[in-house]
Unconditional design. Structure first.
Length: 740
């Protein structure tokens, strides 16, 4: 690479960023603080590899969301197109997408069906519930959700069901292990895999199958891993084995932003990187280009209370800015009002709605906030999981698509067997299921010959017709080109009867019926966009399997929608305030961030209070939220919050106490209202409380009552506290103890 070519790639990069881009002499760990330009480093490093003569097809870059992978591809393509080079052979994808493609390419070696289906969360729960019944364990003492979490933990650690059974030492462990074993059989019957299989099966394949490992090592001679602090054991094992021979591995991450321990992420993977690669180069990126100095400094002071971390100096490149502010509100409704006020004020100062976000620890906190924004007519979007693909009509169409992609998918068949109604009820379908089990044949084959199962003529006709339709669509998918995928999906939506069914079902509410049909059309449109996007990349999938038929495209499309994450649903172009969880906000940035619910039990979460490691993760989560803010940061808590119908007093988060007043400006509270001057100085209440009395509050300590007044349906009391100054509280919730 010429010096001029190199200088164009390095232009505008800091010295540490340049080191991370250029280093090619072995393993590299890039410790990238928030807002430090890590995506820029990764993409420039990839471009540098290609410009240095590395084959684009030898580069594997993995991350955690489709959005991040897409942004990575786009930036690399822009950098390389400047020199007339092509980035389409570079594989930039999520871990799960990589796993699915490897398993399709090496299905026989991995012991899976080549046409496997990836189950979404709902179908995983159904499969688990079915396994609990078939295993005889039932659901009296265990829930499907609990069992699935434990099965996920086994798979993260690469523990098979047989191993789990042999190592179980108590009743509960034996019960879960038996369910795990049957759960795997349920998945095999449907030729299905769950999310964890896409990681653990690939990790085991690479570890145990030498020829596959050699082929993948030869193919991917340059590996880059983004968000390395969020990898679990299966991902760590996979990466380690792929890079073991050539050792051309670059991992980028930040221990201070590791917030997924609850789903298996192992902080030790990044903290102990140098133990696995003693000669690794470490480059720290501490310059923050996102947030102002006072925000960065406050967040840095907070996270330094953690012990499990790698210290790096964080500094803002944007100037001092405005100090973060903290408001202790009386209850969650006044807290929501304070957040709305902040958003309105920012809007009046010229900030667009799309540049604002409200972040919370739990989804349940969004309801009161949504109501407040709705009352004020402020546009807002709530980022909450895979909302579109969770809609009934969408899941019904996807059920048909899954059967076309994989006719053995019994879970999908059970969903759509009588949708729309076709005279094939649960009794008839159960007979067909029993017949298939007795004969040891696929359920779809039993559907094609239903009279052998003893079902009545009408049901038999319906079963035969459905099986024939599925096989007909399957034949079309096998013979048509990938470009015809959207046409085929439109055909299935019509011929399945779903379109006419939803219009007829909602005839009395035509708008709703038309909306459901429009959602079906959105699935078709999304498929067309997916094919167009992929056609701009390569015509083969990344492990060499041809991607030329509509069936290939359908499988890839189903994988994409099964692996949608919260942040993939975030639309930064919508002119709306974003409401989302702190976990979903990772990787995003906003000019104004309001973080609500900073209370003990909320943030930090109650589950973390008894374990130091969990508490440190909660502190990291708070750190992540604070560093989403570019210019303005408001932290709030509620002295009283309603939880499951109960009104409870709260204690402000320990994280607020760790952020002293020199770093965060504490506002005057809005406990009852802003009109505190109306409280009379000589007053009393039927409870015996009167002006001049000394009282003790569980949070604010000892104070003197200054005034009492009716306020709405309750009573407001103003107290001068020795420790925190004047507070106006709602008497019904204040829990004041009269001292005299």
């Amino acid at each position: 690479m010429t010096s001029s070519t190199q200088s164009s790639l390095l232009e505008g990069l800091t010295e540490p960023q340049q080191k991370a881009v250029l280093y090619q002499d072995g393993p590299l760990l890039v410790l990238a603080g928030p807002g430090s330009g890590k995506t820029r480093v990764i993409t420039h490093r990839i471009a540098h590899l290609v410009r240095s003569g590395e084959l684009a097809s030898s580069i594997l870059a993995v991350t955690f969301t489709n959005k991040a992978a897409g942004e990575m591809r786009r930036r690399v393509q822009t950098l390389l197109s400047e020199r007339g080079q092509d980035a389409t052979r570079i594989l930039a994808c999520t871990f799960h997408s990589f796993g699915a493609r490897v398993l399709r390419g090496y299905a026989a070696e991995a012991g899976v069906a080549a046409d496997f289906t990836v189950l979404d969360a709902d179908d995983q729960a159904k499969a688990c519930k079915q396994a609990m019944v078939e295993s005889g364990e039932g659901t009296a003492h265990l829930t499907p959700r609990t069992v699935l979490n434990e099965i996920s933990g086994f798979k993260d650690l690469l523990i098979s069901s047989d191993q789990a059974v042999s190592e179980a030492r108590d009743w509960r462990a034996r019960s879960v292990a038996r369910i795990y074993s049957v759960y795997e059989k349920v998945l095999r019957r449907s030729s299905a895999l769950d999310f964890d299989d896409l990681l653990c099966r690939v990790a085991l394949l690479v570890r145990n199958h030498e020829s596959v490992r050699n082929q993948l090592q030869k193919r991917f001679r340059n590996i880059l891993v983004d968000e390395y602090q969020d990898t679990n054991h299966a991902q760590f094992s996979m990466v380690l084995d792929l890079a073991k021979q050539h050792r051309r591995l670059c991992v980028v991450g930040d221990p201070d932003q590791s917030i997924y321990g609850w789903r298996g992420a192992d902080l030790g993977n990044i903290l102990k990187f140098e133990e696995h690669f003693p000669d690794a180069r470490v480059v720290a990126l501490g310059e923050n280009f996102r947030s102002t100095e006072l925000i960065v400094h406050a967040a840095s002071v907070l996270v330094q209370n953690n012990r499990q971390r790698r210290h790096k100096e964080l500094r803002s490149m944007r100037g001092a800015g405005e100090a973060p502010r903290y408001s202790r509100c009386m209850d969650e409704r006044l807290e929501a009002a304070r957040v709305v006020q902040e958003a309105q004020q920012a809007s009046q100062n010229g900030m667009p709605w799309r540049s604002m976000a409200v972040l919370y620890r739990m989804n349940s906190m969004s309801r009161v906030l949504e109501e407040a924004f709705r009352r004020e007519g402020i546009p807002h979007q709530v980022v909450r999981g895979t909302a579109f693909y969770d809609r009934r009509e969408v899941k019904d169409l996807v059920g048909y698509l899954r059967l076309v992609a994989n006719p053995h998918d019994e879970l999908a068949l059970s969903r759509i067997v009588n949708v729309p109604p076709r005279g094939l009820g649960s009794t008839s379908f159960s007979k067909i299921e029993l017949h298939a089990a007795r004969k040891g044949i696929p359920l779809i084959d039993a559907m094609a010959a239903p009279k052998e199962a003893g079902v009545l003529a009408r049901a038999a006709t319906a079963a035969t017709a459905l099986a024939a339709k599925i096989r007909g669509w399957r034949h079309s998918a096998e013979t048509q080109s990938a470009e015809s995928l959207s046409d085929m999906l439109g055909q299935i939506a019509r011929e399945s009867g779903l379109e006419s069914h939803y219009l007829a079902e909602d005839r009395e509410a035509a708008d709703q019926g038309e909306s459901r049909v429009e959602n079906l059309a959105q699935v078709v449109s999304a498929a067309a966009e997916f094919v167009a996007e992929r056609s701009m990349q390569e015509s083969q999938d990344e492990v060499g399997t041809p991607w030329g038929t509509a069936l290939d495209a359908l499988r890839a499309y189903l994988e994409r929608i099964a692996l949608v994450s919260d942040s993939d649903n975030f639309d930064p172009e919508r002119g709306a305030v974003t409401l989302m969880t702190l976990h979903a906000a990772k990787g995003l940035e906003f000019a104004l961030v309001c973080m609500v619910g900073l209370e003990q039990g909320s943030l930090p979460h109650a589950r973390s209070l008894d374990a130091s490691g969990d508490l440190e993760e909660e502190r990291r989560l708070c750190f992540v939220g604070m560093t989403r803010a570019e210019d303005r940061l408001l932290l709030t808590s509620a002295a009283v919050r309603t939880v499951r119908g109960q009104t409870l007093a709260t204690i402000e988060s320990m994280f607020i106490r760790e952020l002293n007043n020199e770093l965060v400006h504490e506002e005057e509270t809005n406990e009852a209202s802003d009109d505190d001057q109306t409280l009379p100085s000589h007053s009393s209440h039927r409870s015996g409380l009167r002006a001049g009395m000394r009282v003790r509050h569980p949070l604010f300590g000892i104070g003197t009552v200054e005034g009492i007044s009716p306020r709405g349906s309750g009573t407001a009391v103003r107290v001068a506290f020795a420790a925190v100054g004047h507070k106006t509280l709602m008497l019904e919730f204040a829990k004041l103890q009269i001292l005299g």
